[in-house]
Design a protein. Structure first.
Length: 386
């Protein structure tokens, strides 16, 4: 009979060994850092950025700062020429303080606070996503003559972190918003979409690009010549489940662009967050307790869903590893706080760790430290860059 527990453990072990071999500097520190800690590999992040550029030829990359806003991470990306996608005054300040030009910054959150629009515009950032007439009114009033791109809704099926219900409009409304923004003195420059974060379904890009091409033509017929296609984020990374490879996503998208955009847009953009930093970081925690509850073995660690592992609530399953040998058991991993929602993962297979052992959560570089609070007085993971 297939031993699924053993298979899962062997996979996590292999991923851990590959990660530490490929990131020797990270391997050196994870065995000694104070926990909880998120250890990020800056060279790995730069490599990953360059890899994305290579597999998306002719596409400008604007790193989505929300995925990991550590200053050293941003500095590393700025040093290899990345652009940045920001949503808040704080994110924008961090990027500009590094000496990044405002021409390398865009803001794609379709609904923005007025103070942010005002601050961005005062700093020379004037490219904003919109998906409502209200947003157009706001931008026209606060930052006249800005360039705007409309967010269309696209399928998010097969994405572990769907976003499309919150934002995006149908093509008729999108066309109307583009026309309306022109009437209001803004410059309608393009179209954006987001296929959902951790997108493992190429069909989402297919529909999104086809819809964009359709809108592009319809806008042209109305006298609006668009220039920018922004393809948002969605590039997946490997968690416990297999993920699409960057080369396959890039190849597929360039095929779609050739087919549906024979006239190449003046600028094609992507704004990956997870795809840049997700698999370049490892979260190191420590076992603080164990218990047998009914049929379940519980393991408690010094981090949790409120201290960095919030995405586990939405279904992200990090490979989990500890360096013990012995019989594999099934575990439920509980977080450090008293809250009953604070359960990091179920059906995790590991040899029995002891209190004080280190537990590693792989591929934890994105949407962890940025999500962390110090709920219940427990610390956020310290971010260590090597
Ligand atoms: C507007 C926008 N752009 C880019 C991203 C980054 O997406 P991902 O982390 O999937 O690359 C997000 C994520 O929520 C987003 O909302």
């Amino acid at each position: 009979m297939i031993d699924h527990g053993r298979l899962q453990y062997n996979l996590s072990k292999r991923l851990f060994e590959e990660f530490t071999k490929d990131h020797p500097k990270v391997a050196e520190v994870i065995c000694k850092v104070n926990t909880p800690a998120l250890v990020m590999d800056l060279e790995g992040i730069k490599r990953r950025y360059l890899q994305i550029r290579y597999h998306f030829p002719g596409v400008n990359v604007y790193y989505a700062v929300k995925a990991n806003d550590d200053v050293e991470v941003l500095k590393a990306l700025a040093s290899v020429g990345s652009g940045f996608e920001v949503a808040s005054i704080e994110e924008l300040r961090k990027v500009l303080d590094l000496g990044v030009s405002s021409e390398k910054v865009i803001s794609s959150n379709p609904v923005k606070p007025e103070e942010f629009i005002d601050f961005a515009s005062s700093q020379g950032v004037n490219r904003f996503a919109v998906d409502s007439h209200t947003e157009v009114d706001k931008i026209a009033r606060i930052a006249p003559r800005s360039r705007v791109y409309v967010r269309i809704s696209v399928p998010n099926e097969g994405s572990d972190w769907p976003l499309s219900r919150k934002f995006g409009v149908d093509l008729d409304t999108a066309l109307d918003i583009l026309e309306y923004s022109k009437e209001k003195g803004l410059v309608p420059v393009g179209i954006t979409f987001h296929v959902g974060s951790q997108c493992n379904n190429l069909r989402n890009w297919f529909i999104a690009i086809k819809r964009s091409a359709d809108l592009w033509e319809r806008a042209k017929k109305k006298g609006i010549r668009l220039q920018v296609l922004n393809m948002g984020g969605g590039i997946p990374v490997r968690y416990i489940q297999e993920a699409l490879r960057i080369e396959d996503v890039g190849y597929y998208i360039s095929g779609l662009m050739k087919k549906y955009f024979p006239e190449v847009p003046y600028e094609i953009q992507i704004e990956p967050g997870r795809g840049v930093v997700g698999d370049q970081g490892i979260l190191v925690a420590r076992v603080i307790g164990k218990a047998r509850r009914g049929e379940e073995n519980w393991l408690y660690v010094d981090t949790g869903v409120f201290n960095g592992l919030a995405e586990t609530l939405g279904g992200i399953r990090y490979p989990v590893y500890c360096e013990r040998e012995g019989k594999i058991k099934e575990w439920v991993i509980g977080g450090v706080s008293c809250d009953s929602m604070d359960v990091i993962a179920r059906n995790v297979y590991l040899p029995e760790p002891q209190v004080g052992d280190r537990i590693y959560f792989l591929s934890a570089g994105a949407y962890t430290s940025v999500y962390a609070s110090n709920f219940n007085g427990f610390p956020r993971p310290q971010v260590i860059v090597v």
